[in-house]
Design a protein around this ligand. Structure first.
Ligand code: GZL
Length: 319
């Protein structure tokens, strides 16, 4: 349902057209909200859970979801947003694969009077009028939690290799920042190598294989998500070492496969990143479509898990 600015009655009779938004086909006039959503891709267990949450919540809310998968490419998202504008959707929401390069396309949405909601990942822009709200996690805090566990559980010189998420992505930048901030006060904890594994299991395995070839003194892996941590486990085992023992592993997300590896002792600590944003996103979309004021930043609840806590939590996990 889109606020329409109709021409005058006489003009209307002539034009037999209402001037609605960008002039595309008018949104449903039965009150159904049409949401254009551009998803990062399908790169990880987290993303799968996030997509399922969004699709189910849209169905439950009676929101017409126009969903596009960007396959982790910014150019696909930059193409999807104008197409949502052409479809004259009521609201656009997306998880920006990287932080920068969005101003021009979001300005198009603003000029078409279509509100935008950011979910999961944030953008780095000087103009915060380009979006109504951000719904997601505090990734810097997630990095701090990972660093704090290591500070509490390291003895003496501790060499860390870091598997970064997608280059330029908010979770990768912020999880690295939070972790570095905490270990900065502990000089015997040192990141001896850091490289992107692009948030994928295969990426994590390949980078860990390279780390193992060039370093024989690795004590800990800090992986920005479970999937890269699971790839690292494969590489560590193939090198004849015991994951969770010879090389300890800290990851972020807490998806089922990660929690199972944690409970089995292959991973030592997981910082949760909650992917179940669907319901809150649809509430936001309804408020924004109705022109209501919404908070600029809405952070979701999330926790951490040790091996013992994973064992206890697994039976009740939704993903
Ligand atoms: C975090 C999300 C990240 C996950 C990864 O909110 O953007 O992207 O941590 C996913 O698993 O690929």
């Amino acid at each position: 349902m889109k606020k329409c600015i109709t021409a005058s009655a006489a003009a209307l009779a002539l034009l037999a057209v209402t001037a609605c938004g960008s002039g595309g086909s008018p949104a449903a006039d039965d009150g159904t909200i049409t949401l254009g959503f551009s998803q990062v891709g399908a790169e990880s267990g987290w993303r799968t859970a996030n997509t399922e949450s969004i699709q189910q919540a849209a169905e439950d809310a009676g929101i017409d979801l126009q969903f596009s998968d960007a396959q982790q490419k910014q150019e696909n998202q930059i193409r999807a947003i104008p197409s949502f504008i052409q479809q004259n959707v009521d609201v656009i929401a997306f998880s920006p694969v990287v932080e920068t390069g969005w101003d021009a396309v979001l300005l198009e949405a603003q000029r078409a009077d279509i509100p935008v909601v950011l979910t999961d990942r944030a953008i780095d822009s000087d103009d915060d009028t380009l979006y109504e709200a951000f719904l997601g996690s505090d990734f810097v805090e997630e990095g701090r939690k990972a660093g704090e566990w290591l500070v509490d559980n390291a003895e003496g010189q501790t060499n860390v290799v870091e598997l970064q998420g997608t280059t330029g992505a908010a979770p990768a930048i912020d999880r690295q920042e939070g972790f570095a901030e905490v270990i900065a006060d502990h000089p015997d904890i040192e990141v001896i190598a850091t490289q992107t594994g692009d948030f994928t299991r295969s990426g994590g395995k390949e980078v860990m294989e390279a780390f193992l070839r060039s370093h024989d003194d690795i004590d800990v892996v800090y992986a920005h998500n479970d999937d890269m941590g699971l790839g690292a486990i494969e590489a560590i085992r193939a090198a004849g070492l015991e994951p969770g023992e010879d090389i300890r592993i800290i990851t972020v997300d807490a998806v089922r496969a990660g929690m199972e590896a944690l409970a089995e002792g292959d991973i030592n600590f997981i910082v949760e990143c909650n992917p179940l944003l669907g319901e809150q996103l649809m509430e936001l979309v309804e408020q924004v479509a109705a022109g209501e004021e919404v908070p600029k930043r809405i952070e979701v609840e999330e926790t951490t898990f040790t091996q013992e806590e994973a064992e206890a939590a697994l039976p009740d996990r939704q993903y």
